[in-house]
Write a protein of this length. Sequence first.
Length: 329
Amino acid sequence: MSAFLYPGRHRIAVLVRQGLLPMELSIVHQLFAQARTADEERLYEVVTCAVAAGDVRTTADFAVSVSHGPEALAEADTVVVPASDEDYEPRADGRLSEPLLAALAHIPAHARIASICTGAFVLAGAGLLDRRRATTHWNSAARFRRLYPTIELDPNVLYVDEGAVLTAAGEASGIDLCLYMIRKDHGITVANDVARSAVVPAHRDGGQAQFIRSAPPEPQRSATGRARAWALSYLDQTLTLCDLAAQESMSVRTFTRRFRDEVGVSPLQWLTQQRVERARRLLEETDLPVDRVAEESGFGTTASLRQHLQAQLGMSPSAYRSTFRPSCT
């Protein structure tokens, strides 16, 4: 009997393992279940499967009863692999167990595959990340690099999209990745509705650097929040480091240091991220010509907009619009 009951929906299989981090399983079910059409029809169907059906131990004081074995993977359009406590002590050679490799062999060639947190160790051990970019939890980065030196690991981002293979950094980054996949599948409006329903931001700035333990954070309010709020109101204008620092009455040097401590990237990198985000929204939600999008988002010229979208998203403005706003093609 098929694990999936609704053939018209995008099918997501979550492959869980012993020592499951339960939050990561619930994230996938909760967020994708909230994605609906304008007529309130669900856009995804999510099932949970394991290497063998039965009870799966979690890191909490309860187990999860899983009805489906790896055969459910064969019908999936997307496979999500959450973390497990077994990732904290992987085999010395980085290889996966034979039962897990056999389970992964069920995944069809067309399926999109994503990992959350240290679930990236499974994708790496299966050879799915060879010579690709990826991320995992910052605390496991050194171990990951040691085991998989041919993989370009970036522990300073929340998630990485390599097309058919995606990786998220930590538990909460699984939320960011799921919202990103929903946005990629169905556009910004659906993704924003899901984020609103879950009471989470539709898009988070920065990366893992802001979560890595270093010096104790200052207990006062955000030192650069006022400048960031001000900048968002003037993205279409030329903004300098001096302009931003002046909003907090700081020197450029002090402002830059505190900004990086709080946000995880430099002020100018953050500014570019915000302009790219505004450009994406304008390309998805409006029919403005590309040159106007460039002006409204603060890039000034179509060439500059194209350069930054290509660098951050790997797409030109017209390609992005045709992908995420098909009615405009």
